[in-house]
Ligand binder design. Structure first.
Ligand code: FAD
Length: 435
């Protein structure tokens, strides 16, 4: 009999497991991949971390909470060793975050959102952008630059490594190469059937409580307990491309130009297909590796397992490369097609809810009864990484049955991440019927 089983060891599963272990809970984390994390939404060394929003913005809250929690994790890990091996800089690369808008969209948002946060960001339109940021813009565009400590990028690979270290040091148990193939409830206990992917043998464990944090696989993990979940979250394919500027061309750039390229990353465009780009790797010498994609060019998926091996679609790749070139043209750095080398490209996956608001919530079983001993942390789309420990903190409080934290913004966030599911399920299911 296990106490709490967490299914999935990506950013969400490790975050919630760490928060549980930190509070003294007996936690078992089950992960289908081997120790090296290779396939999942959290794969890679960079995700944009940003906190621009109004004062009581729930996404700014989960970001800020994550920064605070990462500090605590680092302090804990350092307290366990004689030399200080861990630092915030292993996880965060602080750099201005650029947001590109059309003027019309920005005016709408500005009225609602950013007024209260003026000190953290600067904005510039076509006329002033070059003076303020060294960037040329079309007349109908606005660039906003957020400047805060730990806004820039967050490193999922390193954070997962440190969280797993923390979980084990706190007595948590992590099982790799273990795939959950069945999750049901009998009597008062959950039965979790786990397949060892190395030996092909399976066994069933019993547990009182379950956290499902299986990213895009959440629907398949819940196929028996809550089959309706295929209507709640949808896995999507997003192409990621990695570029570098050819060594020869990079050497021709002045130091000021190289610096302006670094300052212009990460960037998140709110226009059209929502192009984003960031620095994935920054070697001491030579050209950085840039990662780029477009959130709104994502597609539905038929078979998640084969998506990683699917060759990138030429049309999508071409679009991303074109956007990357255009981004550098905004800095008045003109590159020929051959100056941009493709380092890698693959299809990545994340899952989205209908409202695009993530879920951290207890769920209903297939008969429409709410079960507070099982929660889902999922539907994270393209915003999960920066707030992972915020979601983890809310999730661990829910599954432990802790009283809600007192701050208003915590309550607002917990309600927002919990309520959508409750609203969805209570409207549809009829008791006693599968849906
Ligand atoms: C292209 C792209 C760009 C993004 N950009 C940003 C960004 O700029 N900023 C930001 O904040 N966020 C961003 N995100 C979102 C962020 O990366 C995700 O929200 C986050 O990584 C989700 O983590 P997860 O733990 O939910 O999922 P995952 O990392 O997929 O973890 C799920 C884990 O569950 C395991 N698993 C699945 N099924 C089973 C099973 N049956 N048994 C056992 N284990 C199982 C998987 O192997 C996996 O390790 C981006 C995501 C993508 C894909």
């Amino acid at each position: 009999m296990e106490n709490i089983v967490v299914i999935g060891g990506g950013l969400m599963g490790t975050s919630v497991s760490w928060k549980l272990a930190e509070q003294g809970a007996k936690v078992t984390l089950v992960e289908q991949q081997e120790k090296a994390y290779k396939h999942g939404s959290s794969y890679g060394a960079a995700r944009i971390s940003r906190s621009l929003g109004p004062k009581k913005d729930i996404f700014a809250f989960v970001h800020n909470r994550t920064v605070k929690e990462v500090k605590q994790l680092i302090d804990f890990l350092n307290s366990e060793t004689t030399s200080k091996l861990h630092a915030m800089e292993d996880i965060y690369s602080t750099s201005p975050v650029s947001y590109l808008y059309t003027k019309d969209d920005y005016d709408q948002i500005d009225k609602l959102k950013y007024k209260k946060q003026r000190k953290d960001y600067r904005r510039a339109s076509g006329d002033s952008a070059f003076r303020k940021f060294g960037v040329t813009l079309a007349d109908d565009q606005i660039l906003v630059r957020e400047k805060r400590q730990y806004s820039g990028t967050i490193n999922p690979k390193e954070l997962i490594r440190k969280l797993r270290l923390g979980i084990e040091k706190k007595g948590g148990n992590i099982k790799y190469n273990q795939k959950v193939v069945r999750l049901i409830k009998k009597g008062g206990d959950f039965e979790v059937t786990i397949l060892n992917t190395k030996t092909n043998k399976s066994k069933t464990i019993l547990t009182k409580k379950v956290v499902v944090a299986a990213g895009p696989y959440t629907v398949s993990v819940l196929k028996d307990f809550a089959p309706y979940f295929n209507r709640i979250i949808t896995p999507k394919r997003v192409l990621l491309s990695y570029f570098k500027i050819s060594e020869e061309r990079y050497e021709q750039l002045s130091e000021a130009e190289k610096q302006s390229i670094l300052t212009a990353h990460p960037m998140f465009s709110q226009i059209g297909k929502q192009y984003f780009s960031m620095i994935e790797e920054s070697p001491k010498k030579g050209t950085p590796i840039f990662k780029a994609g477009g959130h709104k060019s994502r597609r539905n998926i038929i078979d998640i397992d084969s998506v990683w091996e699917m060759p990138p679609r030429k049309k999508e790749l071409k679009w991303i490369k074109k956007q990357f070139r255009k981004q550098l043209e905004m800095l008045e750095i003109y590159l020929k097609k051959k100056d941009i080398e493709l380092v890698d490209a693959y299809n990545c996956v994340y899952s989205v809810t209908r409202t695009e608001i993530p879920l951290v919530t207890p769920i209903f079983n297939q008969y429409g009864t709410l079960d507070k001993n099982i929660i889902v942390i999922g539907g994270m789309s393209g915003v999960g990484a920066k707030g992972c420990l915020g979601y983890g903190a809310i999730g661990s409080n829910l599954i432990l049955g802790n009283p809600e934290e007192r701050s208003k913004i915590y309550r607002k966030a917990a309600k927002a991440f919990g309520n959508p599911s409750v609203r969805l399920y209570t409207r549809r299911p009829r008791r006693g019927r599968l849906f």
